[in-house]
Every structure is written in structure tokens, then in C-alpha cells.
Design a protein around this ligand. Structure first.
Ligand SMILES: Nc1ncnc2c1ncn2[C@@H]1O[C@H](COP(=O)(O)OP(=O)(O)OP(=O)(O)O)[C@@H](O)[C@H]1O
Ligand SMILES: [Mg+2]
Length: 367
């Protein structure tokens, strides 16, 4: 019997498995790709996450279960637990939490009901007309890296977008003129609840680009409180990435909750304290989470580039200055824009050093 099974075998599963291995745990993952990032570091099953038989086979072989994305329909996961004759309480996060989070409209409604500030959202019903104020259209299910997000700030943008969007499965929410985006990793278990530091995140073309510590309170303390309240609102157990907007008067709104390790928590791999991946494993095993405490660090994503060559040359260039650490995911194909890895710069002046290290990486990779 394996200790911990992962639904999905991408980079988040891979980095969690590496943390689990350090503690002597044996892990298994399920992913449709034969050469998934996690299959390179631990045994893996090749199969569809939407196939209850394949999921049941993972469940049967593992004591505890967790996931690395929120896209597996909660109902199909429930069926898989029934097939495997196992109790869904072996899964972190719980099925109810997953069902609420994986539908962005239900997620918004749960936050509103609990009084947690978040943009107002409603469903994009067929024939609905321009609400007369800037809004954002979002796919209720399956969006990531901004792939299900469209701005409709004007009547023209509304017409252009709604003309080709499917009639169902989208929501409309108010456009937030934020001054900053923040992110907080929250952990919640019967043993302890708390949060990692509040980070500022910069997105380019809707994809997370840089992550570094946000200025301390305010709005830091408020952001931390709102993030924990958001996880409580969906009755989450485990580790959660909470994305937030900061308004011009310091007000904090929740953008979205992810029930798993998150891109904005990758800095914890090198900050000196517990990493988000070790924390996730502890929580998934039902063990006590650590108190997160670490030093200054900035994370920069490494995205696929046109004409990319040998990644070893790029890594060597990036780490040629002190305090730079590259984490590569081992994805089969470096499609332009795809998250292929990230780097962390540790110590003073981390944002500048991370940005420069990434420039060295891209230059060496594409020359
Ligand atoms: N209501 C809003 N008002 C203004 N900007 C928004 C709003 N919602 C989303 N955005 C912008 O679009 C980005 C992507 O949106 P969102 O996080 O909902 O999508 P996603 O595809 O699930 O994201 P991820 O990149 O986290 O996978 C946000 O980080 C933010 O920059
Ligand atoms: Mg997001």
C-alpha cells in the first residue's frame, strides 16, 4: 500500500512527492500523460482523471489521497470512492469543498454567504445584455492561467466576447480596478489553522509572472484575515492558495481559492522555512502543519519560449550568480507560454536578482 496518492501528475504533484519522499513516504500519481512530471520521480498510473475506474485504482492503492488541480468533477470522484469501497474522508481537501471551489459561481456564492468580500457574480444567461459597467466574464469550470477569463469593460467588448461564448457555463462579475494582486497560502486542519506570508503577485497576459513579499500591514494583516475567512467559508481542510485584489483604499477582495499548492507559494521551496509542498503533505497525511517562518525571496516563473534550446545551458546561466535556485518540472514539451519551471532568488534585493536571473535564463535558452 502506498502512503499518498495524487490525482494529477503535473509539477504540483511532483514537488509534493519530492517533499513526501524526504519524510520517507511512498507516493503514486494518476495522470493521462505517459511521461508526466511526477512519473519521473515516483511510480505513476497512466489514465484519465475523469474515468472513475482509473481513479478507483489509484484510491485502492493509497492510504491517503490528494489532488493537484480542482478540475475532476466532485461527483465523479465520489463515484470512484464508492467503486473502490473507500471513505471519501481519506481525501484532502474534502469533496464538498472541492464541489464548491471547482464551480467559480458556487465559490463566489459561498464567499458572499459567509460575508467574505469578493466581486459580485451571477450567471451569464443567454440573451443577457451589457450591464452598463465594466465586468469580467469567466468560465465557471476549468479556467486556468486566464484561459477562461475575458474582460468586458465596454459594450463593444461585451458584444465581441458574448458573440462566441457558449450560452451556458459562464459567469459575469464586476471588474475590480485593483492596485495590486496579493496571494496567501492558507492551511486549515483540526490541529492548526494559519497562513504563510502575504505575497504580491504580478501577472502578465493573465499568467503569474513574479511573486515577492507584499509590504507589511496594512493591507497585509487584513489580507491574511480575509484569506483565512475565505477558506473557512468553503469549509476547506488542507492547503489552499488564495488570490486577492487590493483596492486603492486598501480594501481586500477575494479573487479565487485553489484547494492545493499554488504557483504563488513556490517561493517557500527556498525561503528557509517549511515549504508549501511539505505543508501540503503533512495536511494530506493528517499530520500537524508547521508554523511557516522564512526569509526574503522572489519567485519568477520560467515559461516556454519560441526557439528554446538546451535547458541545461539556461539553468547554468541563471544560477551563475549567488542565491538563485532553479526548479524545472520535466514537462515533455516547451510550448511557448507554458509554465516549464520557476526560479527563486534568495536574500536582499530579491526582485531585481530574480528578474535578472530570468533574463540570463531566457537569453541562454533561446540563443
Ligand atoms: N473581477 C476582476 N477584475 C479585474 N481583473 C480580474 C478579475 N478577475 C480576474 N482578473 C484578472 O485576470 C487574472 C486571471 O483571473 P482568474 O484568477 O480568475 O483566472 P484563472 O485562469 O483561474 O487564473 P490562474 O492564472 O490563477 O490559473 C487575475 O489574476 C486578474 O489579473
Ligand atoms: Mg487566478
Amino acid at each position: 500500500m502506498m502512503d499518498l496518492g495524487f490525482l494529477g501528475g503535473g509539477q504540483l504533484a511532483r514537488m509534493s512527492i519530492l517533499a513526501a519522499h524526504r519524510m520517507g513516504l511512498r507516493c503514486l500519481s494518476l495522470d493521462p500523460a505517459a511521461d508526466s512530471p511526477s512519473s519521473q520521480v515516483a511510480p505513476a498510473i497512466e489514465g484519465q482523471l475523469a474515468d472513475p475506474e482509473a481513479v478507483a485504482s489509484l484510491i485502492r492503492q493509497c492510504r491517503r489521497l490528494t489532488l493537484e488541480n480542482e478540475f475532476i468533477p466532485a461527483d465523479s470522484l465520489r463515484d470512484a470512492f464508492t467503486l473502490a469501497k473507500r471513505d471519501p474522508s481519506d481525501l484532502i481537501p474534502g469533496l464538498e469543498t472541492l464541489a464548491t471551489i471547482q464551480d467559480k459561481l458556487l465559490q463566489r456564492e459561498a464567499l458572499a454567504k459567509a460575508g467574505v468580500p469578493s466581486p459580485l457574480a451571477s450567471s451569464l444567461d443567454p440573451g443577457r445584455s451589457w450591464p452598463g459597467e465594466p465586468v469580467v466574464l469567466k468560465a465557471r469550470f476549468g479556467g486556468y492561467d486566464g484561459k477562461g477569463t475575458r474582460y468586458a469593460r465596454t459594450a463593444e467588448e461585451w458584444e465581441a466576447n458574448t458573440a462566441y461564448l457558449p450560452a451556458h457555463g459562464w459567469l459575469v462579475e464586476s471588474f475590480v480596478p485593483f492596485v495590486r494582486e496579493l496571494a496567501v497560502m492558507v492551511y486549515r486542519s483540526p490541529l492548526a489553522t494559519g497562513a504563510f506570508p502575504v505575497m504580491e503577485t504580478v501577472q502578465t497576459h493573465h499568467v503569474c509572472d513574479l511573486v515577492f513579499p507584499a509590504p507589511s500591514s496594512p493591507p497585509g494583516e487584513r489580507a491574511r484575515e480575509v484569506a483565512i475567512a475565505a477558506v473557512e467559508a468553503v469549509r476547506g481542510l488542507g492547503l489552499f492558495g488564495v488570490e486577492l485584489f487590493e483596492g486603492k483604499d486598501g480594501e481586500i477582495l477575494v479573487n479565487e481559492i485553489a484547494p492545493r499548492p499554488h504557483n504563488t507559494g513556490h517561493y517557500t521551496l527556498d525561503w528557509g522555512g517549511v515549504s508549501q509542498f511539505e505543508q501540503h503533505v503533512r495536511l494530506a497525511m493528517g499530520w500537524k502543519p508547521d508554523v511557516p517562518l522564512g526569509g526574503e525571496v522572489c519567485m519568477a516563473n520560467l515559461l516556454g519560449q519560441p526557439g528554446a534550446g538546451d535547458v541545461r545551458v539556461a539553468t547554468a546561466a541563471a544560477i551563475s550568480e549567488p542565491g538563485i535556485h532553479v526548479h524545472w518540472y520535466g514537462k515533455a514539451e516547451a510550448k511557448p507560454g507554458r509554465k516549464m519551471g520557476h526560479l527563486n532568488a534568495v536574500g536582499p534585493d530579491a526582485v531585481r536578482r530574480a528578474t535578472e536571473a530570468r533574463e540570463r535564463f531566457y537569453r541562454a535558452w533561446t540563443s
